[in-house]
Ligand binder design. Structure first.
Ligand SMILES: *Cc1c(COP(=O)(O)O)cnc(C)c1O
Length: 357
């Protein structure tokens, strides 16, 4: 059988959840499991994250999946609902909303009694400069006052645009707007930390933190590895050597013949390609790991195969090759591909076999 396999390490996931607890001991943890748990497979991840306080997802379909798997924790819909019809499902399934524009507010107010009767919190989103979702600083205070007067329990919510950047000026603007609104709306619960902010600003952890990438053991920072942050990669993505070729100086490999050997080279062909979600672009030299050793990928990534340079390495057919995982960090593969670990993890196709370890 073709071996392209995604191993999910439940203990690593639990370890990383405990890291969040260590870093923010008083806040409740909303584990972000959107996009199929960042590509890891929501079913296995929910089982490993059963101790979390709550879940965060991007849409109702993702929330319903969690309920269907039997989990009762609060779920926050981080973009809220997209049509009035979704409101009734939200109430039936006990799902909490973010509201970020007036129409969502109107939909919520129409279902006020049922929503409040279910003890669901309303997350009110501040746009403090990221300029995607949310009420502007001048409008949100009256929105929150209205909701509180109507009897809703509110959480002031905000998202940083540059939490991963050391000294971006927008960080201070976003923080100060958030604190100003919070003060004007006291008493109110608050939440503004994603993974990067959890590491950097413990003083901003407040009532709820919203870790995503750190749970999966990838780094939110370009200049810090999972190891630096004491988190463990949850996913190990592997394939196998399926053929060996020796080529001579002047010979090439793969589409476009982009790699031309300068000397005799032993090639191994590996059963992985962009059809599995392995990226193709690679403006920089990429590597895989064989028994912990770094091995260069050469030539173009095809739909089902790549070639690697195994000159001088004992790597017979059937040898397992780590595309990313504990020995070859997804962040490093992403860097060679001009992207971030988040994207590579989410972009995996349905083709690799998934196994829980
Ligand atoms: C995805 C998301 C997070 C998690 O971000 P990470 O960088 O993965 O930790 C937190 N909050 C919101 C609103 C999000 O959309």
């Amino acid at each position: 059988m073709r071996q392209a396999t995604v191993y999910i390490d439940s203990e690593a996931l639990q370890y990383n959840l405990n890291r969040v607890k260590q870093l923010s001991p008083t806040a409740k943890i909303v584990s972000m499991v959107k996009a199929n748990a960042y590509g890891h497979g929501v079913k296995d991840c929910l089982a490993a994250l059963a101790n979390t306080d709550a879940f965060g997802v991007a849409c109702l379909a993702e929330a319903i999946e969690i309920r269907e798997l039997g989990y009762q924790q609060p779920i926050t819909l981080i973009e809220g609902i997209f049509s009035a019809e979704e409101m009734q499902i939200v109430i039936d399934q006990n799902i909490e909303l973010i509201v970020h524009h007036q129409q969502q507010l109107d939909w919520l107010l129409t279902h006020k009694d049922a929503y409040i009767a279910k003890n669901l919190k309303v997350w009110v989103k501040l746009n403090s400069g990221m300029n995607r979702l949310g009420f502007k600083v001048d409008d949100i205070i009256s929105v929150i006052h209205t909701l509180k007067a109507e009897g809703f329990t509110c959480v002031l919510a905000m998202h940083f645009a540059n939490a991963d950047a050391e000294n971006h000026p927008l960080n201070e603007q976003q923080k100060s707007q958030f604190l100003r609104v919070k003060e004007a709306c006291e008493p109110i619960m608050a939440s503004c930390c994603n993974s990067a902010a959890i590491f950097k600003w413990p003083e901003l952890n407040f009532d709820f933190v919203r870790p995503g990438i750190m749970l999966y053991g990838a780094s939110p920072f370009a200049d810090k590895t999972a190891h630096d942050l004491d988190i463990k990669p949850v996913m190990t993505f592997t394939a196998e050597i399926i053929a060996l070729n020796t080529i001579q100086a002047g010979e090439s490999v793969g589409y476009g013949s982009t790699f031309i050997a300068e000397k005799e080279t032993e090639l191994a062909i590996v059963s992985i390609g962009y059809g599995d979600g392995y990226p193709r672009a690679f403006p920089k030299q990429n590597h895989v790991a064989i028994n912990g050793r770094k091995v260069a990928v050469i030539g173009r990534v095809a739909m089902d195969m790549i070639a690697i340079d195994v000159t001088g390495i004992n790597a017979p057919i059937g040898t397992e090759v780590e595309l990313w995982g504990k020995n070859r960090l997804v962040d490093d593969v992403a860097e060679a591909n001009g992207t971030i670990g988040y994207e590579l993890l989410c972009r995996l196709s349905h083709r690799p076999i998934r196994k829980k370890i």
